[in-house]
Write a protein that binds this ligand. Structure first.
Ligand SMILES: *Cc1c(COP(=O)(O)O)cnc(C)c1O
Length: 383
């Protein structure tokens, strides 16, 4: 743990996002909180505890490591769903503790059945359908075989869910592709039905799909980015605002990332700042260094691009981001001194800074920058 910076998590902001989502989806839809990637950088353990106190009882993770952190934190009080990787060695633990998991290949189905038999416990599975993302999932042509297998092994396999994932619901450019995916998913469901077997629940929506394609909400939504207070893309935000009379963004950022100035100095006009020649002072300047760099997750792609807040003003990152330091232009800021607060994400006085607000860079930056924030930075739940 180091003290170069701190990440603050705001429970009431999360509560507002959850309330907004519940109001949008209705009471019947289960809200699964997606917490892969260290809860999108928020800190898995801290975030899960907070989300639970805000009423979340269903979590979706990528792998067993993440599932174990939630299980150790919240024990049997919540449902845990693994959407991605389970090593063979871990299947015992998963089935023993009734952790739910995606199954997207015959091998996993057979393995799960074998272990369930050994443990005398049902494996709780979600059958993933390949609908067009072309990543993981059973192809439509194999669905009837899967159905027959589930019927044959129903004492050991609990057919909890039928699911899929969309390839880019955050962009209207993918409208045709996503619509096709929905059709294929419905066909898969029909095949199960025709063979007399039904999943307990169906689910397919991530944040973007749940907002852009209401029919994808089904019984459960897997909500990542929106619960943290970020829109999956500007298109999703605009589409939401256009559907409302009051053009107000209902989401609140849950995370803040703060550091402090470690040194202030003056640089003469014509000097280069930092490594190489990526930034030259065009005037006499005042600069501040911050003890954060790419090793802490402040992406090098923000070199000469990033923005931070100091003394209630927006200031630009200059030069390249170093491993442990970055440099800020504070020429226009009076009374700036060592120890002053620096906000990398969050609010200061009347200003607010989001991860992607630096420039018109792709919104994928939200996902990437958040998950890159180093695990070693302390996470603090604020009051
Ligand atoms: C990451 C992920 C989600 C959540 O995506 P968001 O865009 O953050 O809401 C949902 N489902 C699956 C399978 C995922 O991998």
């Amino acid at each position: 743990m180091h003290k170069n910076s701190v990440i603050e998590i705001n429970p009431s902001a999360h509560k507002e996002n959850i309330d907004f989502l519940r109001k949008t989806f209705g009471k019947k839809v289960i809200l699964s909180s997606v917490v892969k990637g260290n809860a999108y950088g928020h800190g898995l353990k801290e975030f899960a505890e907070m989300a639970y106190s805000n009423g979340i009882t269903h979590f979706s993770v990528f792998d067993v490591e993440e599932a174990k952190i939630i299980f150790d934190t919240l024990e049997k009080k919540v449902t845990i769903l693994i959407m991605g990787f389970v090593a063979d060695d871990d299947l015992d633990w998963v089935i023993e503790n009734q952790i739910e998991f995606f199954v997207f290949e015959r091998y996993r189905l057979a393995k799960a059945t074998k272990i369930a038999k050994k443990l005398k416990k049902k494996a709780i599975i979600h059958i993933e359908v390949e609908t067009g993302m072309n990543r993981t999932g059973f192809d439509l042509k194999n669905i009837s075989k899967v159905a027959q297998y589930l019927i044959k092994e129903k004492e050991y396999l609990h057919f909890k869910g039928l699911c899929t994932h969309y390839a880019g619901a955050e962009s209207i450019a993918n409208y045709y592709r996503v619509t096709k995916q929905i059709e294929i998913f419905n066909k898969a469901e029909e095949i199960f039905k025709s063979l007399g077997i039904k999943p307990e629940i169906k689910h397919s929506a991530c944040s973007a799909a749940s907002m852009m394609f209401p029919e994808t909400r089904m019984d459960l939504v897997r909500i990542g980015i929106i619960q943290y207070g970020f829109w999956p893309s500007t298109e999703v935000l605009v589409s939401y605002l256009n559907s409302k009379k009051k053009k107000i963004d209902p989401l609140q950022r849950v995370i803040s990332w703060k550091s402090e100035i470690m040194s202030v100095k003056r640089v003469k006009s014509g000097e280069f700042i930092g490594y190489g020649t990526s930034y030259m002072a065009k005037d006499n300047m005042k600069i501040a260094t911050i003890p954060l760099g790419y090793s802490h997750g402040y992406s090098r792609s923000l070199s000469n691009q990033g923005r931070v807040l100091i003394n209630g003003k927006r200031c630009g990152v200059i030069g390249t981001i170093n491993m442990n330091m970055l440099t800020i232009d504070v020429t226009e800021i009076d009374n700036v001194k060592k120890g002053d607060e620096v906000v990398l994400i969050g609010n200061q006085e009347s200003l607010s800074l989001s991860v992607a607000s630096f420039s018109d860079l792709s919104n994928m930056l939200n996902y990437e920058l958040l998950t890159r924030i180093s695990k070693t930075i302390p996470r603090k739940i604020i009051k």
